[in-house]
Design a protein around this ligand. Structure first.
Ligand code: ADP
Ligand code: ADP
Length: 572
């Protein structure tokens, strides 16, 4: 018997069936319709199956959904602020019938659960956005997901669980509600304050959590969301290593780290209330709620989606009913002359320091110092491993220009120069070479050119992700496709677009391969610049005029550009 608060709604739900029923369901499933779960649906399913979403026993039906959307309560009256629904395509929905069992499968086709279909309906997603997120702006990531990535029909029904989604990373840290409760009981913890986060933790977070635990006389659970968080967030592998590096700074045996497979919605106040319910189910008595808890920050005009303390206000109104204590916290700032962290309001008039996320990125990119007052050295070391300075990161130098512009010629000089410098592996993906080895079945229609460039982009992204230099030299006539490649590569490395802007008359005069003559004669069709379009880029990092510069000089200009952007290291 533990002394922890009961789950939301009174009972920790556990829809995983026993061995006999599992065998029965597996045998029967041969004839059932299947739905392959998308990443966010997998996260939701995991918390439905492990009791983290108690008292939910399945994906919501229409009355629960509408009551949650409009009044933050389930039809039963229990508080619940966020719709948990299974969205499916229209054609899939129209073939479903109430009473029908639906096999829910992971990406590999493993059946994780059976959904006993009760209701299928097309929701009003705009209204859902307005009620749940307080806005219909697609600049809000939760709204963008709802309006652009959610399928137009919802399916509600009770679940029978076959098995939890599998994870192979950090397994000892992935404790389900019942496991965490058992752990607390074993440790003799009666009061536990949870800290929710989607970012690495620095000194300010350390001070805040440590103080919060002391203030309410509780043990601390660091409970980061490692499902889906805000797009662009640091990956959870790095974050978890940062949390592990931080743990030894707390007094021994007062704190525990566990990972929560939650797909966040960034819904601000409603998100905070949801977080409190989920932590209650995990056996926690308190939740730390800081500034702009669960919010996505500001829109592009700098207007915040939620007030900084809206989440605290909403939770304050419901904490009694919920039975989860809120530990509100202001932002903590470092006061230099006291060498200490204090709440923002206490720092008024004193010289305080802070480092923003953007500034931290800048320092990591530049290999600059990260002060000890800002983050513990062990945490900084983890971040540095993941974010080496720019000159150790991978980079893609992507040439574009007409056939005969000089892309291959200059790319080969650049290749030789970079190999001479050493330090990073270099790969040249030349247009003609790629077409021989990677795209041999493709021609020159717009669609085939798109495929060809996306393949190059895929390979270049893999190379840069692993710290290499990828030099690409295709024509790449489409601006939209080039931008797509830029995005793919920039997710994990540098991207430098080089426009070899040789005018078509010059290229045609050179006609090194005799292609222009063939194109003019109509023997070669869809030839770029002659009978197929070329969009000159407006986003090139550097433009090369080959009438002014010879190939060696052009390569030098590109090297100087790489240096300016921080991609060349010290010569040693
Ligand atoms: P692409 O790869 O853009 O199709 P190539 O590099 O294969 O073009 O061909 C360019 C041709 O132009 C080569 O024969 C090269 O010697 C010639 N050329 C003349 N001046 C220059 C210059 N300044 N830079 C690059 N190539 C030049
Ligand atoms: P893209 O970027 O448009 O896919 P590539 O750089 O892969 O183009 O291939 C361009 C090379 O293929 C040219 O330098 C030329 O030698 C040859 N080629 C053959 N047919 C065509 C065509 N219709 N348009 C452009 N280049 C062609």
């Amino acid at each position: 018997m533990d002394h922890l608060a009961e789950a939301h709604g009174g009972e920790l739900v556990s829809p995983i069936v026993d061995e006999a029923r599992r065998a029965e369901l597996r045998a029967a499933s041969r004839d059932w319709t299947s739905w392959d779960l998308r990443p966010r649906q997998l996260c939701d399913l995991e918390l439905l199956l492990n009791g983290g979403f108690s008292p939910l026993r399945g994906f919501m039906g229409q009355s629960d959904y509408e009551s949650v959307r409009d009044g933050m309560r389930l039809a039963s009256g229990a508080l619940w602020p966020i719709p948990v629904v299974l969205d499916v395509t229209e054609s899939f929905a129209l073939a479903l019938k109430p009473g029908q069992p639906l096999a829910l499968r992971d990406e590999e086709g493993v059946m994780l659960a059976v959904l006993h279909v009760e209701e299928v309906w097309p929701p009003d997603r705009l209204r859902e956005a307005q009620e749940v997120y307080g806005t219909t702006s697609r600049e809000h990531p939760g709204v963008a997901y709802l309006l652009d990535q959610t399928q137009p029909f919802y399916v509600g029904g009770r679940l029978e669980g076959i098995q939890l989604p599998r994870h192979y990373d950090f397994r000892p840290l992935r404790l389900a509600p019942a496991e965490l409760r058992a752990e607390f009981a074993r440790l003799g913890w009666r009061r536990v304050v949870a800290f929710q986060t989607r970012n690495p933790m620095h000194r300010a977070h350390f001070e805040l959590t440590h103080r919060a635990a002391r203030e309410v006389g509780a043990n601390l659970l660091i409970h980061p969301s490692v499902g889906l968080t805000k797009p662009g967030d640091l990956d959870h592998y790095t974050r978890v290593r940062c949390y592990q590096a931080l743990l030894p700074h707390y007094p021994k045996d007062t704190v525990r780290l566990s990972l929560l497979p939650l797909a966040m919605r960034m819904a601000g106040p409603r998100e905070a209330l949801w977080h409190a319910i989920i932590r209650k189910n995990h056996g926690c008595s308190h939740l730390i709620v800081g500034r702009d808890h669960g919010g996505p920050g500001s829109d592009s005009s700098g207007r915040p989606f939620y007030g900084p303390y809206d989440a605290q206000e909403l939770l304050r109104r419901h904490e009694k009913e919920l039975g989860v204590g809120m530990v509100p916290f202001e932002a903590m700032v470092y006061v230099e002359d006291a060498d200490a962290y204090v709440p923002e309001s206490e720092a008024a008039g004193r010289r305080s320091l802070s480092i923003s996320g953007t500034e931290l990125r800048r320092r990591l990119n530049g290999g600059l110092e990260i002060p000890h007052w800002f983050t513990f050295p062990e945490v900084a070391a983890e971040l540095r491993r993941m974010y080496p300075p720019r000159h150790q990161q991978g980079v893609c130098v992507f040439f574009t220009g007409l056939s005969g512009a000089g892309k291959s010629t200059i790319a080969n000089v650049l290749l030789a120069k970079l190999l001479e410098m050493g330090g990073r592996p270099v790969t040249l993906l030349d247009g003609d070479i790629v077409r021989r080895h990677l795209s041999s079945e493709l021609g020159f229609s717009a669609e085939h050119r798109r495929l060809n460039i996306l393949r190059i982009g895929f390979v270049a992204a893999e190379i840069t992700k692993n710290g290499g230099v990828a030099i690409c030299a295709p024509i790449a006539p489409s601006d939209a496709v080039r931008k797509q490649v830029r995005e793919m590569v920039q997710a994990r490395g540098g991207f430098v677009l080089v426009h070899v802007a040789t005018p078509i008359e010059v290229c045609e005069q050179r006609d090194r391969k005799g292609m222009y003559a063939k194109a003019r004669a109509g023997i070669v069709k869809e030839f770029t610049g002659v009978s197929a379009p070329y969009d000159p880029p407006e986003d090139a990092e550097i433009v090369i005029d080959t009438e002014q510069l010879d190939p060696g000089e052009a390569a030098q200009e590109i090297l100087l550009c790489l240096d300016r952007l921080g991609f060349l290291g010290p010569g040693r």
